[in-house]
Write a protein that binds this ligand. Structure first.
Ligand SMILES: O=C(O)CCC(=O)C(=O)O
Ligand SMILES: [Fe+2]
Length: 355
């Protein structure tokens, strides 16, 4: 068991904040941990919006099975994935992830452009608005990363994330059944296999008390739990939004910003290979989380960002050797990269195709 990850907590919207200072703190956290907590005081995404999204998620996953199956995930990465459908770490996992997921793509005029379960039909406009708020926050973070890296121009990343062009950006609801519902799980099984995220940046919303997320610490040797409410945020109106760097920001920066490997465990007492839950958190209950995977416009080529600091940085190979096989930058388009990652983890969906 190792200590909790000392991921910094940053308030990017506090009154009178110095943008350059915030940008520096964000870049420092991304370089060291690949993760940062953004304090959620309701200014970026309202507390009610987050609560409502979790309510809609509960309704969605408790829909009748046939209704969810009607919306099964397709190669466009939209729709419902049932237990074990995704295997985030196929080299290590005995069976797929112990979770269900639902990926939302584009909404047009507040209506989904994909099949959705009946229970959430009345909530489409709210889900659309939540996804838009997430994308806006991600673009703001991109600008801060650009400023913090002295990129030329500073909006290099932001411009690649126009909301008006097709991209792999995905709002995803996640449901991990309680361990009591999966007695077949073995000690070595995990709720979500070890992986790095595929996009540029991910926003992760979690619920107080629900443990399970762990990161591979920067020395790449131990798993450390990532508490939902780190010290100093206990009394905030909503837990902080956990932001993590995905593969694409890592490619763009030659590995300077870390796309850190993470997973979700059952976290029993010293159990599995879990680091064990943090005080006040448990994995006994069903677990819900919401991720917003922000991706650049699909045709974006992943060439290095013009930044002196990035040009001088020579760490990408080290990172690739130290546990994240996707850390080494290759010049692909954003969409080529996404297709490569999906084929590696949705084993049945792509079975029979050259992997
Ligand atoms: O549910 C979580 O806390 C993390 C999920 C995750 O890492 C992912 O879906 O990429
Ligand atoms: Fe992830």
């Amino acid at each position: 068991m190792s200590g909790i990850a000392a991921i910094p907590v940053i308030d990017i919207s506090a009154e009178g904040t110095d943008e350059a200072q915030i940008a520096k703190e964000l870049v420092d956290a991304a370089v060291e941990y690949g993760f940062v907590y953004v304090k959620n005081t309701g200014r970026d995404i309202s507390v009610e919006q987050v609560e409502n999204a979790f309510n809609v998620s509960r309704a969605l996953f408790s829909s009748p099975l046939e209704d969810k199956q009607r919306c099964k995930i397709e190669k466009n990465n939209r729709g419902w994935s049932g237990m074990h459908t995704e295997t985030l770490d196929p080299k290590t996992q005995r069976v797929g992830d112990f979770k269900e997921g639902f990926n939302f793509g584009d909404f047009v005029n507040g209506k989904a452009t994909q099949p959705i379960p009946r229970s959430i039909e009345p909530h489409q406009a709210e889900i659309a608005a939540f996804g838009e708020a997430c994308h806006t926050l991600c673009r703001r973070l991109m600008l801060l990363f650009g400023i913090g890296l002295s990129a030329d121009p500073p909006d290099f990343f932001t411009k690649a994330h126009s909301p008006d062009e097709p991209s792999g950006s995905t709002l995803r609801f996640l449901y991990y059944p309680p361990p009591s519902a999966t007695p077949e799980a073995k000690d070595s099984d995990v709720r979500a296999g070890a992986h790095s995220d595929y996009g540029s940046v991910t926003l992760l919303f979690r619920l107080k008390g629900q443990a399970g997320l762990e990161i591979l610490t920067p020395d790449n040797k131990t798993w450390a739990p990532v508490p939902v409410c780190p010290p100093g945020t206990e009394n905030d109106p909503s837990p902080p939004i956990l932001v993590n760097i995905g593969d694409l920001l890592s490619y763009w920066t030659n590995g300077l910003l870390r796309s850190t490997v993470h997973r979700v465990t059952f976290g029993g007492p010293g159990g599995a290979n879990g680091a064990g839950p943090t005080t006040g958190e448990s994995t006994a209950d069903p677990r819900y989380s919401i991720a917003y995977f922000c991706h650049p416009v699909a045709t974006t080529r992943l060439t290095a960002v013009p930044s002196e600091r990035v040009e001088k940085f020579q760490g990408s190979l080290d990172d690739a050797e130290a546990g994240n096989p996707y850390a080494e930058r290759k010049v692909l388009t954003a969409d080529e990269h996404l297709q490569m990652r999906l084929q590696a983890t949705y084993l049945q969906l792509y079975s029979g195709e050259g992997k």
